[in-house]
Design a protein around this ligand. Sequence first.
Ligand code: SF4
Ligand code: SF4
Ligand code: SF4
Length: 314
Amino acid sequence: MIQQKLREKAKELLSSKTVDLIIGYGSWTLPLRTTPVFIRAPEGVESLVWNSFCENNLTTYLHKFSRLKVGVVVKGCDARSVTALGLEKRFPNHRPLLIGIPCQRMVDRKKVKKAVKGEILQAVEQGELLLVKGEDFNVTLKREDFLYSVCQVCTHRTPLHADVLIGDPVEESPLVDLHPDVKALEGKSPEERWEFFQKEISRCIRCYACREACPMCYCSECFVDSSRPRWIEKSLSPSDLAFYHIVRAYHQTGRCTGCGACERACPMDIRLTHLTQKLNQEVKGLYGFETGIQPETLPPLSTFNPEDEQEFIK
Ligand code: SF4
Ligand code: SF4
Ligand code: SF4
């Protein structure tokens, strides 16, 4: 069983002092959720869990522990974040040790909540089924009907460049090439797409949870907080909201691994990955580049070649 093997490996790594700290997933009091756990002693490994609710991208915590030798539990998307961060020289002291687990695709708890009437008190995973209980209901759901949209389009579920792989590699193919909603947007005119984008971001309260959840957002001073120069006002005006979201999306272009952490963190349910999925697809189509696959290749927007095509400035 994956969870047992994970605990054994974590114990071995901590006992041998190969790592000082292990960041993994632990169970939580709320159903359909896990919580990050930070384990420093071998006896702590019993709190590690592995299930379809291990959705967080834990690599976002690596920035806080740069002086320690850290082992981190990663899925495919998370491992790609580490490779991308390594290219940006984020690990000058110790490269994190990646404890990779091939990912079974994660379950979107909001979709499960919508499918039942009333508060969920217990949710148990049994193979491909989810047994969900509340005060007045007791239902069995098919796991595959409740996957995150980013997980449906995910290709690289087996963590690349992992130091330890727990479990067998899984098939490298998406369930769908592009989320149907993103595909539908593609067919719309620029005016209709802009209208969709403006409507979506009009709910933004600028809490920056999306930024905090993203491993690729690590600047000590984000452009939104800078006062010299001041790039953006603190308001919720349509132009400030658009500026934040457009700049954030461009900062992620060629760096986003499509983990979906930003969208999950958003308290306003803004469909942030509609934009990032499309940008990822464009970068792949134009440059044949996918974030965090090649440990030696810089993202296309982070480098240039004098021979690059310049059609856009003709
Ligand atoms: S994006 Fe891929 S690797 Fe990441 S949680 Fe979803 S299926 Fe797993
Ligand atoms: S922008 Fe969102 S989907 Fe992309 S890496 Fe950051 S958190 Fe993950
Ligand atoms: S998490 Fe949502 S509401 Fe908060 S800043 Fe990001 S998009 Fe806006």
